[in-house]
Design a protein around this ligand. Structure first.
Ligand code: PLP
Length: 382
């Protein structure tokens, strides 16, 4: 029993087989179809699929003009990719500590940090809020701060496809420049590896498409060189891009998986309700639900007041695939070398000391949930 896993149907398998029998394994019709299907689902104008969310975050930063001398702020309670994307561009990273109740970047602390940054004229170019566990950050307030202080916003919604914020699906980019989803198998829907960057700006979308494929354009209106009349084979590279393309094999799986999104979200919500109702112990803090947020419930994190290592080990030894999300990014040796230290973000550090992610995925059955609950309460002595 892992903490998260994919749920693959016979329709999913059939969709992949069809691509394998077709003419195009990559650069065919499945990728634009997948991009359109996601846009339609979440209410964004443009989608640019990539071979991972990490690549999508990198393309997103590049398209917003991030470079040497710039700064990005994000949450320390995230996967390292949320911060690494800034480093790929030669920019610097800084963090805003989390809210101790939501485990998301704390907007009061953000506002305070922006006030201080303004005095030193070190306003970040981009802020990357992470919708931890699938629960949206307070995007309206972050957006309002962006209007005052002039930063861009990339939502790292790797956990959050299918979640909602104020009646709109996460991904609508109503309060951001770009939103990124991940399709890694532990996430809500999967393409094996994969991600997408959504935006409502045609210029940003076009820029991300160019970065996705070597910085190469085949559109004659973008040509700048005198050889542009050479013939139909002609293409032009005007800046340095990458090969971050998603294959049609992956996209076909994604199109099929997307059809199950509501079902997956419903199942995850039921698991959360069951855990919330059945796991009660004075020694556990359960996740909170905010009224203006409907979580995609990627993770179910409890905080334990007793020795976390012991409880984790006991659950693991009982065959329960617990995990911990996340080791604060600033405590990674690579980030410590940049000068970050223990004590810099106490909320994220205190949270980390107590956190355990319990298994949650579509297909986790009642018998397994009862087993998890019994072993957990046994471990806590309650
Ligand atoms: C999984 C994850 C990523 C990276 O996603 P990949 O598709 O594996 O590259 C980035 N940010 C967060 C918060 C994630 O959980």
């Amino acid at each position: 029993m892992p903490y998260g896993r994919q749920n693959i149907s016979t329709d999913d398998i059939q969709a992949v087989i069809e691509v394998l029998r077709s003419d195009y394994l990559t650069q065919g019709q499945a990728v634009p179809e997948f991009e359109n299907a996601i846009c339609l689902k979440v209410g964004a104008r443009y989608g640019v699929a990539a071979n991972s969310a990490t690549s999508a975050l990198h393309m997103a930063c590049l398209a917003l003009g991030l470079g040497v001398g710039d700064v990005v702020w994000t949450s320390p309670n995230s996967f390292v990719a949320s911060a690494n994307c800034a480093l790929y561009c030669g920019a610097k990273v800084d963090f805003v500590d989390i809210n101790p109740a939501t485990y998301n970047l704390d907007v009061d602390l953000l506002e305070q940090k922006l006030k201080n940054a303004k005095i030193n004229s070190k306003i970040p170019k981009i802020i990357i809020p992470v919708h931890f566990a699938g629960r949206s950050c307070d995007m309206k307030r972050i957006y309002e701060l962006s209007l005052i202080y002039g930063f861009k916003i990339i939502e790292d919604a790797s956990h959050a496809i299918g979640g909602k914020y104020l009646d709109a699906y996460i991904g609508s980019c109503k309060y951001s420049d770009i939103t990124v989803f991940s399709f890694h198998p532990v996430k809500i829907i999967t393409t094996g590896e994969g991600g997408v960057a959504l935006t409502n700006s045609s210029r940003v979308a076009e820029s991300m498409r160019l970065f996705r494929s070597h910085g190469i354009t085949r559109e004659s209106e973008n040509f700048t060189c005198k050889h542009s009349n050479d013939g139909d084979w002609y293409y032009e590279q005007n800046f340095l891009g990458y090969n971050y393309r998603m294959t049609d094999i992956q996209a076909a799986l994604g199109i099929s998986q997307l059809k199950s999104l509501e079902k997956f979200i419903f199942e995850r919500e039921n698991i959360v309700q069951w855990y919330n109702f059945n796991i009660s112990s004075l020694d556990i803090v359960l996740p909170i639900i905010s009224p203006d947020v409907s979580s995609a419930n990627h993770l179910y994190v409890i905080r334990v007041k007793q020795d976390r290592s012991r409880i984790f080990r006991e659950l693991k030894n009982s065959g329960i695939g617990v995990n911990v999300h996340y080791i604060p990014i600033h405590l990674q040796p690579y980030y410590r070398k940049m000068g970050f230290r223990y004590g810099d973000y106490p909320n994220a550090e205190n949270y980390y000391e107590e956190a355990i992610s319990l298994p949650i995925y579509p297909g986790l059955n009642l018998q397994e949930m009862v087993y998890i609950k019994d072993r957990l309460l046994e471990s806590l002595g309650s």
